[in-house]
Design a protein around this ligand. Sequence first.
Ligand SMILES: [Zn+2]
Length: 305
Amino acid sequence: MGKISKFMIVLLAVLGFAYYWLLVNAGPQVPARRIDLGALRKAADGMKGDKPTAITFATVAMRDVPGAALAAGTGLRQITSAITAWRIETPEGGIVIDPGISEVDARSMGFEAYSPRAQQLVNVWMDRAAMILFTHAHIDHVGGFLDHPRFKSIEGKAVVSEGMMGNINALWRENARLLHAPRKFAAIEAVAPGVVLIQTPGHTPASEMIYVRLASGREYIFAGDTASLAANVEIPTPRSRLLADWLVPEDRSSVMGWLKGLKALKKEHEGLVIVPSHDAEWVMPKGPEYGITLAPELRKARTTK
Ligand SMILES: [Zn+2]
């Protein structure tokens, strides 16, 4: 064998290993982190008042990424990643979850498609809302809040945990100085009738999932970036090492534990809807099947396009 072909074999082996390590390997074997649905239901019912009635969403930005980036081992096929804002309809004006991002920030993250109209709608949601929640304090989840044009009138509605504050400060947003003091939360704590925060450190030290039980009895868990895609729970598999160890560092073992916990929960309770944070291919058409519908204000634009 010539020197060159030996070199090629070594090179291919190295590349193969790098591909496997960075984009396929799901990481350490860890036990499932148990999510206690009974406790969530109890907390959701413990707050007196009318429960939420519906869930709508607005897609603010979209881009194509290789599936393996967000779900290790799913290959290089391009999938559509979206920045999605959610609105929980309540008798008190609604609750907004992860209220979008500014165009400047979306573009700098590589999002090719951006809808100023969708973000303006989410801004109005925040104007009217009783409460604004975040699954975690990365810019694609808190940016729309921190850059809200009427920040002073809405900042008091934000539910920010102590741990999130560090991440918010790291974003260097002028408005962050005006933000009220953060709150300390128990592992499971209701914030409104039918709405419960679950502390799920991993993707960030202060990541939360949000459990929602509608008046109809339908139940949802907003998984945040613990499950950016439905595949993260279905397989289960976390983000690739390329992303989780290098580009957007996270505690991958903890994330894997939560993903296994979510998968086990879904197996036990088929009706429970686990809502992935960035899965454009899930939210349409799966979302509407599960009662999560595109905001009526954005429907027309979509159909006439
Ligand atoms: Zn995100």
